[in-house]
Design a protein around this ligand. Structure first.
Ligand code: ZN
Ligand code: FE
Length: 255
């Protein structure tokens, strides 16, 4: 049976470990030590590594892990410079993890970084720092329209798709979302549930695409209250989806 567990690292990162009773794949190992601890405690062997983008909190563990588990495949974005990669991936590529009996489709989702990719398979999406529960990543290397197009791609996935993002930012994201869309009842309900999860020290992730569509302001450039909030900040009547997204993203940057 396949299990997917979050290994907490740093302040608020989750390193996702996909495993059966013998072997494991880790997604975005920003740090090696907590991964090795988990593998040791559970008698697991690392069989492969998946990386979504080049930021240190996602690849910092690669030198140690590839030394400890020499020869394992290290999958990552074709468009980014990451020394330890053995397989460079882009939109449309498919990878298989034979030890787990899983395969993933690769999606290009630039914006947070220029070459950011996501992995989609078996109803699970590993999307790094692009889509967060209730929010989205900062736009560092790409453009705002690029980021919106990447999020539109994720928004169009089946509603039941589980969203495994790389950070526990949910409560801060929902606080902002409520400022954007104070009258969204699904958002209010979500905030109550996620606050309860955090109070019990449980992760708020994985989330679901359907819940993100209903409550995440960065996927809701066509929702009336989000459009109205953006127009208020833009100070003009017309607001294209890119303008709405940009206004909301810039607002969040200084929230
Ligand atoms: Zn990042
Ligand atoms: Fe990150």
């Amino acid at each position: 049976m396949i299990q997917v567990v979050p290994i907490p690292a740093f302040q608020d990162n989750y390193l996702w470990l996909i495993h059966n009773d013998r072997q494991a794949t880790v997604v975005d190992p920003g740090d090696a030590a907590p991964v090795i601890d988990y593998l040791t405690q559970h008698g697991l062997e690392l069989a492969s590594i998946l990386v979504t983008h080049h930021h240190g909190d996602h690849i910092g563990g690669l030198p140690v892990l590839t030394q400890k588990y020499p020869g394992i495949p290290v999958f990552g974005p074709a468009g980014e410079k990451i020394e330890q990669l053995t397989q460079r991936l882009k939109q449309g590529d498919r990878i298989t993890l034979p030890h787990l009996g899983l395969s993933f489709e690769v999606l290009d989702i630039p914006g947070h970084t220029a070459g950011h990719i996501a992995y989609l398979g078996d109803g699970r999406l590993f999307c790094g720092d692009t889509l967060f529960a209730g929010g989205c990543g900062r736009v560092f290397e790409g453009t705002m329209p690029q980021m919106r197009a990447s999020l539109a791609k994720l928004k169009s996935l089946p509603g039941e798709t589980l969203v495994f993002c790389a950070h526990e930012y949910t409560l801060a994201n929902l606080k902002f979302a409520r400022a954007v869309e104070p009258d969204n009842p699904l958002l209010a309900e979500r905030e109550v549930q996620d606050k309860a999860s955090r109070a019990a020290s449980r992760p708020t992730v994985p989330s679901r695409i359907s819940l993100e569509r209903d409550t995440n302001p960065f996927l809701r450039w066509d929702a009336p209250q989000v459009v109205a909030a953006a127009k208020k900040r833009l100070g003009h009547a017309g607001a294209s989806p890119d303008e709405v997204f940009t206004a909301i993203r810039e607002w969040k940057n200084s929230f």
